[in-house]
Design a protein around this ligand. Structure first.
Ligand code: 9MR
Length: 388
């Protein structure tokens, strides 16, 4: 773990040396965060101090929360050290890809549960909960999907897929992301629906159908609607929050068996439009529908942050702590999952590489599996969270 006192001293120095240019930073208002990463922390003396060495899962559990991470099966098969870190820090595991259509459905009439089952057994063997991601999505469809699925048979495929997969894991699943990312106002459809094959073939009714079928096949799993782009105070995210809330209200009012909202939380290190009040009030509105909330895919994209590892890590950590302290204030939030645990294995290495070619650092553990200040930030957020 990093020594916190030396961190704050270095940051302090940086701020005082940059006094002159600091005037520019003030003049450009909100954008000053982009120019002065240390000031971005709001409190230059922020020390990310943590008491004790207890892992995240224990700190979360002390508040009635669950902490865990996503992983691919091959990461764990090939990497005993990553496996050990996951077992030590996490209480819940979600397959990053293995339960998506392209992994599960080699052919229209064939299911292959090998990799998903390996991960389920891994979770059970190690006393972790297991989470399913995802039954209905517009991405990661198998090659054959486009040629085979059409308006006439889409409902049959949807029902068969959900029934087979949820039955297969019934009794083992803590929660299922039944529908993922169904809203995309930028697609220009009335109502803000995403132009997904499911919407195009079945209209918006596919959503309700998906929850009904999942509830019938696995009455014990918590059924989640999972969505991205809900976190910031931008017109795009505001629109999405409004539409998602309406969708949840409608589903609840029709008695649809939906139990929770998954807020993906792929945070952007450089984004300054974070409004705790608006986010907090959105979460309250969701909770008031009787829904639980899960942070399902947390990480901090550092693509546009400074090269300095020291500065970058502190900004990433600040984003974690600022975000989680707002989110965990809502008692309907029951779980936090990061999308990966260590910088050694993150989708962002490929999706948002840095122009300076330095490795991305979006997760709580570094690529040597050492705890970073982002880990401290998470630990602090759990330690300060109200009990539920
Ligand atoms: O992490 C996943 C990556 O390995 C896949 O290539 C990618 C394909 O789109 O999906 C990633 O996971 C996504 C998740 O399933 C849904 N929310 C966004 C995640 C990051 O793209």
């Amino acid at each position: 773990m990093l020594k916190n006192s030396s961190l704050s001293r270095r940051c302090f120095l940086h701020v005082s040396l940059s006094g002159l240019a600091g005037a520019t930073a003030v003049a450009v208002g909100k954008n000053r965060y982009l120019m002065y990463p240390c000031q971005a922390l709001d409190k230059p003396k922020r020390d990310f101090e943590v008491h004790g060495l207890a892992p995240l899962r224990k700190r979360a559990a002390a508040k009635g929360l669950i902490y865990g991470a996503a992983s691919m099966q091959d990461y764990l098969v090939s990497d005993k050290n990553l496996e050990a870190s996951l077992k030590s820090e996490c209480n819940i595991l979600v397959p990053e890809n293995e339960l998506k259509w392209d992994f599960l459905r080699p052919a229209p009439n064939k299911f292959d549960f090998t990799r998903g089952d390996w991960l389920a057994q891994f979770a059970i063997r190690n006393g972790m909960l297991f989470r399913g991601h995802t039954l209905v999505w517009h991405q990661q469809q198998p090659q054959w999907f486009k040629e085979v699925v059409n308006r006439q048979n889409a409902e049959k495929f949807l029902v068969e897929h959900i029934t087979t997969v949820t039955k297969h894991y019934a009794g083992q699943m803590h929660s299922w992301d039944v529908v993922n990312e169904a809203i995309e106002p930028n697609d220009g459809l009335k109502g803000g629906w995403r132009r997904s094959p499911w919407f195009e073939f079945l209209g918006s009714d596919y959503i309700e159908l998906a929850y009904q079928v999942a509830a019938q096949a696995d009455p014990k799993a918590m059924l989640v609607y999972n969505e991205n782009d809900l976190e910031y105070d931008t017109p795009k995210h505001e629109t999405k929050r409004t539409i998602v809330l309406k969708l949840l209200e409608r589903l609840k009012s029709r008695g649809t068996p939906i139990h929770a909202l998954g807020v993906q939380s792929h945070l952007m290190g450089h984004e300054t439009h974070f409004n705790p009040k608006k986010l907090r009030s959105f979460l309250s509105n969701v909770a008031s529908l009787g829904l639980k909330i899960l942070v399902t895919e947390l990480d901090v994209i550092d693509q546009q942050l400074p090269s300095s590892t020291y500065e970058r890590d502190r900004i990433v950590a600040a984003r974690y702590e600022d975000y989680l302290s707002v989110v965990l204030d809502e008692r309907a939030v029951i779980a936090v999952l990061t999308w990966g645990l260590s910088d050694r294995r993150t989708w962002l290495s490929m999706f948002t590489p840095r122009s300076d070619k330095t490795p991305v650092r979006p997760l709580p553990l570094d690529s040597n599996l050492q705890r970073k200040v982002a880990w401290n930030a998470m630990a602090r957020a759990f330690d300060h969270a109200p009990k539920r």
